[in-house]
Write a new protein. Structure first.
Length: 428
C-alpha cells in the first residue's frame, strides 16, 4: 500500500475516510538509564532517560538558552513522524530542536492541545500487542508467511528488552546492532524475529533511542519493520488518517534502521520500505496484516531531519535573546502569558489545517493565522489555487472588484469573480 497523504493522527481532527488495504511503531518510552553512555564526554541524560548527545554544534547552547530552566522533552517516533507533517514550519523546528514541552507551553498560552493518544487508545494498543506477540510471535510469523511469502514454518526469536539483565539503552542498542549485523552477514539466518529492538537516530544534534514493535528478518535478504496498531481493518479497509499516521511512524524506524546499516557498513537498501502493518481484523482481536509502502514518508522525513540539522540557519533569523522559558516554580509556569506569546510569535509559523492532527501548538497557531488573514489557514490547496495572493483580505478585495486588480492578480481576480457568479446563481 502506498501512502501518499498526511491526513492525521489517532486523536486529532482528520478527514476520516477509509483506506483500502492490500492483503497480506510504535515506540516505547525510554525510561531506563545507561550509565556507560552517560560517562562519555559531552553526554547529558534528560528526564526520560534518553541520552542527549552534544555533537559539538554551537546551536545546542543556543537551544538550551531558548528552553531556559525547563527540562528538555524527549523525541519519540510519534513526535519525529509528526515533524514530517509540516516540514516548512520554523516554529515547530525550533520548538522540537530545543526540546520545548509544547503541551505545557500551549496550555500556559491558554489553548488546548488535542494532539496525542488517549489513555484508552494506549491501553488498547498494548493489549493488542500482547496478543500479537504471544507465544514467541506465533501470530507475527503466520502473518509474515502470508504477506512476505516466508516459506519457513518456524523462526528464531530474539528479545532485546534487556541483555543479561541490563536494560540500559546503550547496551540494548548495541545488542540490536550486533544481532542485525550477524543476521545480515549470514544468508542462512533466513527468518528471525527480534522483539523490543532499540534503534538510534540523530535529531537536531541529539541522539534519541527508538523502539519498533518488531523487526523481522529476512525475506529475500531484506529486513522488515513490523508495526502493530490497534485500529481495525474492516472488510479490507482502514481509516486513512490512522494508516497515514502509522506509515509516518514506521518510516522513522525504517530510516533509523537504514542509518544503522550504513554505520555497520551494510547496504541500507536491505531494509525494506515495505512495512508489515498488523491490525485487528474486522471487529475481533484476531490479527491481520498488510504491507505498507512508506517511501513517500521516508523522503519527507529525510528532508525534515536535514532541515533540523540546519537549525542554525533558522536560529540566525530569530531575535538573539529569544527565550521560551516557562519560568517554572516547581511545576507551575510563572512566565507572563503576554511575554511568552510574543516570544512564540517571534518564530515564523506555517499553520495549515493539517496541523490540528499533528502538532500540540495547533490552536494557538490557528488563531494567530486567522488574525493575520492567512490564506494557508483555510488550507494549503486554497493557498496554491490563489498563488500570489497573500491574504484573505486581498482575495475578498479582488472578488469585490471595486477597483481594477493589479496586473499580477488579474487572472486570479477573474477566476474568483467567476466562482462568485456561480455561487450567487446557486444560492439565488
Ligand atoms: S501548529 Fe504551529 S508550530 Fe505546529 S506545525 Fe503547525 S504552524 Fe508549526
Amino acid at each position: 500500500m502506498n501512502q501518499g497523504d498526511d491526513h492525521g493522527h489517532d486523536h486529532g481532527e482528520n478527514p476520516g475516510g477509509n483506506h483500502r488495504m492490500s492483503h497480506g511503531g510504535n515506540h516505547r518510552e525510554n525510561h531506563g538509564e545507561d550509565h556507560r553512555e552517560s560517562r562519555r564526554v559531552n553526554h547529558r541524560m534528560d528526564r526520560g532517560g534518553n541520552v542527549r548527545v552534544n555533537q559539538g554544534t554551537e546551536h545546542v547552547n543556543r537551544m538550551d538558552a531558548i528552553r531556559g530552566g525547563s527540562r528538555p522533552v524527549d523525541h519519540n517516533a510519534r513526535s519525529i513522524a509528526a515533524l514530517a507533517a509540516n516540514p516548512a514550519c520554523d516554529r515547530r523546528a525550533v520548538l522540537d530542536a530545543a526540546g520545548i514541552d509544547k503541551d505545557r507551553t500551549v496550555a500556559h498560552l491558554g489553548y488546548a492541545s488535542r494532539f496525542g493518544q488517549s489513555p484508552f487508545a494506549i491501553t488498547r494498543t498494548q493489549e493488542f500487542k500482547s496478543i500479537v506477540k504471544a507465544h514467541g510471535g506465533a501470530h507475527v510469523l503466520r502473518l509474515l508467511r502470508e504477506v512476505l511469502g516466508l516459506a519457513v514454518e518456524e523462526a528464531g526469536y530474539h528479545d532485546a528488552a534487556d541483555v543479561g539483565g541490563d536494560s540500559g539503552h546503550g547496551v540494548r542498542h548495541r545488542h540490536t546492532a550486533a544481532v542485525l549485523n550477524a543476521a545480515a552477514q549470514d544468508p542462512a539466518d533466513a527468518a528471525t524475529l527480534i522483539d523490543h529492538p532499540l534503534l538510534k537516530l540523530g535529531v537536531a544534534g541529539y541522539d534519541v533511542y527508538l523502539e519498533p514493535d518488531v523487526i523481522a528478518f529476512q525475506a529475500a535478504r531484506r529486513f522488515h519493520v513490523v508495526a502493530i496498531k490497534s485500529f481495525a481493518i474492516i472488510d479490507g479497509q482502514a481509516d486513512t488518517g490512522k494508516v497515514s499516521a502509522a506509515a509516518r511512524e514506521a518510516a522513522v524506524y525504517v530510516h533509523a534502521m537504514r542509518d544503522l546499516f550504513a554505520r555497520l557498513g551494510l547496504d541500507p537498501e536491505r531494509v525494506s520500505h515495505d512495512v508489515v502493518l498488523i491490525c485487528p481484523k474486522d471487529f475481533t482481536n484476531f490479527p491481520t496484516a498488510c504491507l505498507l509502502d512508506v517511501r513517500l514518508q521516508l523522503e519527507a522525513l529525510r528532508r525534515q531531519l536535514e532541515r533540523l540539522t540546519r537549525i542554525d540557519t533558522i536560529l540566525d533569523r530569530l531575535p538573539p535573546d529569544l527565550s521560551l522559558d516557562l519560568c517554572l516554580d516547581g511545576d507551575t509556569p510563572t512566565r507572563p502569558v503576554s511575554e511568552l506569546t510574543a516570544a512564540v510569535s517571534a518564530i515564523p509559523a506555517r499553520y495549515a489545517p493539517e496541523c490540528l492532527a499533528a502538532c500540540e501548538m495547533a490552536y494557538f497557531c490557528r488563531e494567530e493565522a486567522r488574525a493575520c488573514g492567512s490564506l494557508e489557514a483555510i488550507g494549503r490547496s486554497v493557498r496554491d489555487d490563489l498563488g500570489g495572493v497573500d491574504s484573505v483580505r486581498t482575495a475578498i478585495e479582488l472578488i469585490g472588484g471595486a477597483s481594477p486588480p493589479p496586473e499580477e492578480h488579474a487572472a486570479i481576480a477573474e477566476r474568483l469573480r467567476f466562482v462568485r457568479r456561480i455561487f450567487d446563481e446557486v444560492v439565488a
